[in-house]
Design a protein around this ligand. Sequence first.
Ligand code: GRF
Length: 203
Amino acid sequence: LKVGVLISGRGSNLQSLLTACAASHFPARVALVISNRADAEGLRHAGDTGVTSLVIDHRNYPDRERFDAALDQALRAAGIELVCLAGFMRLLTPGFVTAWQGRLINIHPSLLPSFKGMHTHRQALAAGVRIHGCTVHFVTADLDAGPIIAQAAVPVGANDDEESLAARVLEAEHRLYPLALSMLASGRARLDGDRVILSDTFP
Ligand code: GRF
């Protein structure tokens, strides 16, 4: 399965996907990385592994529709079958999301449906939850609300601050995203309407 990864910054989740895909038995490979920022650190990870990367700067487009059309065109030109958002900080238009429905996934640093949006670790600490985590889900037009593919739970420690909690969740993200990708790429999970169907042999 040919995967495209969209990033905006650090790219540590991109790195975890690249590492997983490098294993010979892994059922997917990253064929294209797109960043909307030329200074995204994550672009280096693509370069290091010889994966093609592109910068498509949203500031060069008059509106979201035309930016998304450029993304769409680049992904199709590369024969991409599944798109992974990995710290991609642009909202996608309903047109793009619909065109890629069932083939567009995201990782979010909370146990959805709790703590959508930004500053999820701050939200979790403010709510006083004892269990936090991360979620890989299909992207729909509603922010952080699409069908859930996989989740990982992370304990909140008595002395955690935003930074320490973020670091613990990020480690879980780096295990979860490759797992979710392999579930999709091997057909063990798929989208059926607005539900994720898991094959009965999973896990
Ligand atoms: C991750 O915490 C991810 O869940 C969120 O943004 C962060 C991106 O980090 N969507 P990185 O760029 O993958 O290192």
